[in-house]
Design a protein around this ligand. Structure first.
Ligand code: ADP
Ligand code: MG
Ligand code: MG
Length: 209
């Protein structure tokens, strides 16, 4: 079971990883976008950490609601509303539960990716964060379905997100700013898929045994 503190640590660890990788995220975005992805996410996750420190959340769902709100209001660009919506959908999925099971976390991750897909209208193969999220959620769920422990499932999710990120190199962007480049978007990792890996790596870290 995961408690509120674990969800809080997930966000703090994500903010730390975003900070450590902000320049790399921005360079990826410089290649096929407008060179602000690291800047946007750093601002957004710093705002999320500050919001959680100022008004501690009482449940896992409340942590994610606060993060969603902070990302939507403080992150510039396409990625803020997309991640923010993902967190809000995940929060709704958890409801008022004080502790979250492996299965509930899987449902929340699935709700997050569904929210992102609904808002962004991107499918797998469009070279977006969806290409990292979708295999990650599938890997999480199949690990849990196969009787795997939480730590194993979150590690599988992070590994699958990394596979998804690598798959974006060969793809031509069909959504977001990178799509303006047409065929010239091929040959680069998608920045949002790269930040999704960080988010899921942070989740694996805080749920590792
Ligand atoms: P902006 O492109 O507005 O500057 P960011 O640079 O912060 O915003 O984020 C870019 C990332 O957002 C992309 O790499 C991609 O993963 C993601 N993205 C953009 N548009 C969409 C969309 N319609 N659906 C899903 N993800 C998207
Ligand atoms: Mg950008
Ligand atoms: Mg921008």
């Amino acid at each position: 079971m995961l408690d509120t503190e674990t969800f809080h640590r997930w966000i703090v660890e994500t903010a730390r990883l975003v900070e450590a990788n902000a320049d790399r995220l921005t360079s990826l975005d410089a290649a096929i976008g407008d060179a602000d992805h690291g800047i946007n996410l750093r601002r957004g996750f710093q705002a999320a950490v500050t919001a959680l420190a100022e008004k501690p959340a009482a449940t896992p769902g409340a942590v994610l609601a606060t993060v969603g709100r902070a990302l939507i209001s403080k992150t510039g660009g396409a990625s803020g509303p997309l991640y923010g919506t993902g967190f809000r959908h995940a929060s709704k999925s958890l409801g008022e539960a004080a502790e979250v099971s492996e299965l509930q976390l899987g449902a929340a991750l699935a709700a997050a990716v569904a929210g992102i897909r609904q808002l962004g209208a991107a499918a797998e193969g469009d070279k977006t964060m969806v290409d990292a999220w979708t295999p990650a959620v599938a890997a999480y769920q199949s690990t849990v379905d196969g009787g795997g422990a939480l730590a194993e499932a979150t590690r599988a999710a992070a590994d699958a997100a990394e596979g998804g990120l690598r798959s974006t190199v060969e793809l031509q962007a069909r959504k977001g700013r990178a799509s303006y480049l047409g065929p010239r978007s091929v040959g680069h990792e998608d920045p949002g898929a790269a930040s999704t890996v960080l988010l899921l790596r942070a989740l694996a870290t805080v749920t590792a045994e």
